[in-house]
Design a binder for this molecule. Structure first.
Ligand code: 1YM
Length: 654
């Protein structure tokens, strides 16, 4: 590929004003997620340049003033003047929506479907933005800012044309922007979110060096925070990192790679001693949390290859039960990354790959390459191990099925015996309207039962803490009353038998106190959902209820504050005397108060649980809930939480 790109190749599709008018249309939300989105737009452009082989280093810096800088060492955005638009390539890319070589350029290959709205969106949503290009020994610069035009705020306006400002030996593009505080709920970038995503990008793009620096806060020794991510092994390093804290019988990683004209695939597989499977997938560097056609193709190819292997080598005894795909995937951690054109997302949270043609493509690539891999003599150890995993799993499955059948014939009374007598179902049968509250403690559970609207709200009080399910055998999980009741109440069954179609509640709301014990209970429940019913989380059915922390009473009028900032505001507004109560726990609220503050859809606040970063979630769970206490201690009191999607912390219906 020659560097013969000229500004004339850029297609102009749409104006820019629309972005400021409706930011949500372009970046989804104006919460912290949207803030990071405008950073990822620029990072994506830099990474595209690296993925196409023109750059090998990306630098991302959060500057002291809160602005962000992204720099690559690639060709530099075109600086020549577009013959029709009479503007430089830089100006077009930064002021015209969807201006980019990406729309008519055969050379241009894969771009993110979720991001990929273009750098102009970042410019439109910034107070100011500065683009520097180092190209052909020259240094160029153009600045953009927001200004009032005829009483109307407009942003992304060039301060002047692109100018040559000096000479240089450098190559590349450097972009600095300051997000517009009038657009975003917050303009404070989150160090951890950025670090995690950049590390993930480095794993997904082997050989690209990513240097992340956060200059805002120095550490205790007075050093600037800086991390460098560079992985020669790519997905092989990635899968090892994911499994770092897990026990393994065999360390070997299966690795497959294929490059076709408009399609690339990478796959790494490692087995752990865990019972659950963990398939993590990406399309054009975007996590596909809900899976999709690529995962389906991979799984089918894997099953076929393993069955072929078993047959060829006569490894199944006649009396053994038949093997199914799930059997071979017990303890499998797989990372699948594909790159393709025209991705279509679907699913509840638009994180599921929909392109039907992909299933067959992935199936045939994986089938061929994995077949070759397994037939090599040096890989006999891992092939044998996977067969053993499959055969063992099929036997357990067979035994479990027999036990279940036997139980059913005993009129199902035995499993009912384990259902907690404290569970209070709702009367309505409309799953899409129903809610299940899982409540910490009997006393809060009692209040919830009395205070709820029983037509659509069910309550499951928890006595004490639920069992830690991490690393626990399945039959142990259902022997536990709490989980047995929960599984029964949800109607979905769990693990391999999980079926979201049978879900009886649209919302599963965890209500626990805002203290250490409450935090622990939330973690234990999320661990269970994440490991054994993951679609509940990835499809957005799990929430934290947010009870108020304070009650303020003045002359019989009651107000609630849900956090310290709210409390401060309220107290500042109050004149005269008042009484203030700090709730230590849910149990201190009577049924009416609980309804008003926490249960009533019109007035309550819920936080929907999302797993933006599957790997981080996995890692946190392994550390917090795993057998080894050492890393857990290290972690304690740090912010060991799932990402709570800010924009979903909404007053539903209110
Ligand atoms: C810090 C952000 O944007 N790098 C970057 C962007 C471009 C190019 C190189 C580039 C692309 C092409 C040809 C091409 C872009 N160019 C355009 C457009 N880093 C960053 N580095 N020459 C240079 O796509 O063929 C859009 S992005 F449209 F001008 F070609």
């Amino acid at each position: 590929m020659a560097d013969n790109y000229k500004a004339k190749n850029i297609v102009v599709l749409e104006g820019l004003d629309a972005v400021r008018l409706r930011p949500g249309m372009y970046i989804g939300t104006t919460g912290i997620k949207g803030l990071h989105h405008i950073l990822w737009e620029i990072v994506d452009n830099a990474m595209d340049e690296a993925a196409n082989g023109y750059a090998d280093t990306l630098r991302i810096t959060i500057n002291v003033d809160g602005s962000a800088t992204v720099e690559d060492n690639g060709r530099g955005i075109p600086v020549d003047i577009h013959p029709v638009h009479k503007k430089s390539g830089v100006e077009l890319v930064y002021t015209v929506l969807h201006a980019g070589g990406k729309f008519d350029n055969e050379e241009y290959k894969f771009s993110g479907g979720l991001h990929g709205v273009g750098a102009s969106v970042t410019n439109a949503l910034s107070e100011w933005c500065k683009v520097e290009v180092f190209k052909d020994k020259k240094e160029y610069c153009q600045e953009f800012h927001s200004v009032m035009v005829n009483g109307k705020m407009r942003s992304g306006i060039p301060v002047g044309p692109l100018k040559q400002v000096g000479n240089t030996k450098k190559r590349g593009t450097k972009v600095t922007f300051f997000p517009d505080a009038k657009v975003f709920e917050t303009i404070i970038f989150d160090r951890n979110t950025i670090k995690n995503r950049l590390q993930e990008l480095a794993y997904l793009n082997k050989g690209v060096k990513i240097i992340f620096t956060d200059e805002r806060e120095l550490d205790d020794e007075g050093n600037v925070y800086s991390r460098e991510f560079f992985y020669k092994g790519g997905l092989v390093d990635f899968v090892k990192k994911v499994n770092e804290k897990k026990e393994k019988k065999i360390e070997k990683v299966i690795y497959i790679e294929a490059k076709q004209d408009n399609f690339e695939l990478e796959l790494a597989i490692q087995y752990t001693n865990s019972e659950v499977e963990n398939v993590i997938s990406f399309v054009n560097n975007i996590p596909t949390i809900e899976g999709g056609t690529h995962e389906t193709g991979f799984k089918q190819a894997f099953t076929r290859c393993m069955n072929d292997y078993v047959k060829k080598n006569n490894l199944r005894k006649a009396k053994d039960p038949a093997l199914i795909g799930d059997d071979f995937r017990e303890g499998m951690t797989a990372i699948l990354s594909i790159k393709m054109q025209n991705i279509q997302f679907e699913g509840q949270t638009k994180t599921k790959l929909g392109n039907p043609e992909v299933k067959g493509i992935v199936e045939s690539i994986v089938g061929e390459k994995l077949g070759e891999y397994l037939s090599e003599n040096k890989n006999k150890d891992i092939a044998t191990h996977i067969v053993k995993v499959g055969v063992d799993a099929s036997k357990v499955r067979d035994a479990q099925k027999k036990a279940k059948d036997a139980q059913r014939s005993k009129n199902a009374t035995t499993s009912q015996a384990l259902i907690s007598s404290k569970f209070a179902a709702c009367s309505g049968r409309k799953a899409e309207k129903n809610e299940l509250f899982i409540v910490e403690g009997d006393s809060a559970g009692g209040s919830a039962k009395q205070g709820r609207d029983r037509s659509f709200q069910a309550v499951l009080p928890l006595r004490g803490k639920p069992k830690n399910t991490e690393g626990v055998k399945k039959f142990e999980v259902i022997k536990n009353e709490e989980f047995n009741t929960l599984i029964y109440a949800l109607g979905t069954d769990f693990d391999k038998d999980f079926n979201i179609k049978n879900l009886k509640y649209d919302k599963i709301i965890i209500l626990a106190d805002a203290d250490h014990d409450g935090e622990h209970i939330r973690s234990l429940l999320l661990t269970f959902f994440y490991r054994h019913m993951r679609p509940l989380i990835s499809e957005g059915h799990v929430y934290f209820g947010m009870p108020p922390l304070y009650k303020i009473e003045k002359k019989g009028e009651i107000k609630y504050a849900y956090n310290d900032i709210e409390l401060e505001k309220m107290l500042a507004e109050i004149k005269g005397s008042y009484s203030l109560q700090r709730y230590k726990g849910l149990g201190e609220m009577n049924p009416e108060q609980l309804w008003e503050t926490t249960l009533n859809p019109k007035t309550r606040t819920l936080a929907r649980i999302t797993v933006d970063d599957v790997v981080e979630a996995d890692n946190i769970i392994s550390i917090l809930m795993g057998k080894d206490p050492a890393p857990r201690k290290e972690f304690i009191n740090e912010n060991a939480r799932f990402n709570k999607e800010d924009t979903f912390v909404t007053k539903f219906g209110g």
